[in-house]
Design a protein around this ligand. Sequence first.
Ligand SMILES: [Zn+2]
Length: 112
Amino acid sequence: MGNTVAQRARRAGPGRDGPGRISGAPLTTTQETEHLHDRPDWTCRVCGAPWPCSTARATLMHEYRAFPSLLRIYLSAQMYEALDDLTIEGKAPPMNLYERFLSWVQTHPPSP
Ligand SMILES: [Zn+2]
């Protein structure tokens, strides 16, 4: 027969996923991997977790590392925005908004 393993491997080798699969949808940049909230649901638009998700928290902690009090002010504002959005249809306000938005913020006391 002469059908060696090498010949078979060559025949089934790379090339099956070659040209022809280009769909014109380029891979997105970092814009869409930012863990931002999606209104009015206030879920993360990347991972779908209630915002701020763990990634968003880590990012915020990093961005505001020198200004934890500003982070609290920012998140307080976000929390009230979320409260507005989440109760706009007469729904009961979520009980855990404070936990979700503010309780995890570590406010380091300023160094003397
Ligand atoms: Zn996320």
